[in-house]
Design a protein around this ligand. Sequence first.
Ligand SMILES: Cc1cc2nc3c(=O)[nH]c(=O)nc-3n(C[C@H](O)[C@H](O)[C@H](O)COP(=O)(O)O)c2cc1C
Length: 178
Amino acid sequence: MDIIEGLKTRRSVRRFDPTKKIPHADIEKILEAASYAPSAHNYQPWHFVVIENAEKMAALRSVQPWTAFAKEASCVILVCADTEVSFHREKENEKWSYADIDGTLAAYGVLLAAHDLGHGACFCGAAPMPLVIDGLRKMFDLPENIRPVAIIPMGVPVEPSAPVTDRYQTQKVHWEKW
Ligand SMILES: Cc1cc2nc3c(=O)[nH]c(=O)nc-3n(C[C@H](O)[C@H](O)[C@H](O)COP(=O)(O)O)c2cc1C
């Protein structure tokens, strides 16, 4: 699929055929492609937790309520970022990290690669919500330096996504100055 076509036709998919599984070869292909995302200083701080256990996928809603549809997914990719690996500063007067941004770029790669292979996926938020981060840490034994940034249920769509054509608004483009 052409990249521009993929960017424009990807949609969040929340209805999956619970009887169909995404092959592991496809999951690996998706995660390999996502790993080519840009990252600050090219530190590539992402990790992917692949969840296929139906009970665990259903339990996600207790931590992040807007993931209820994950119970019918083929798998969930929990995209995380290592705050010790990501480009960060921790000084008295300066504290920041690119972990969430790097992780989110990898997550977008997961969405686009899944779309290219004809699978459905949806970005569900994690960081920066503290309660969701804590809940996911407990549920999946994530170390303190590992920040979950996206919960991505993935599966075989039950229906094609309706096309969207009205997103580009020229008044949001500011040439040279606001
Ligand atoms: C930071 C972020 C958090 C999101 N969290 C959720 C979520 O918890 N549950 C959900 O169903 N969709 C979630 N979405 C998906 C958005 O609802 C979706 O991207 C938006 O409605 C646009 O639709 P599209 O992805 O089909 O273009 C999230 C998207 C982003 C970027």
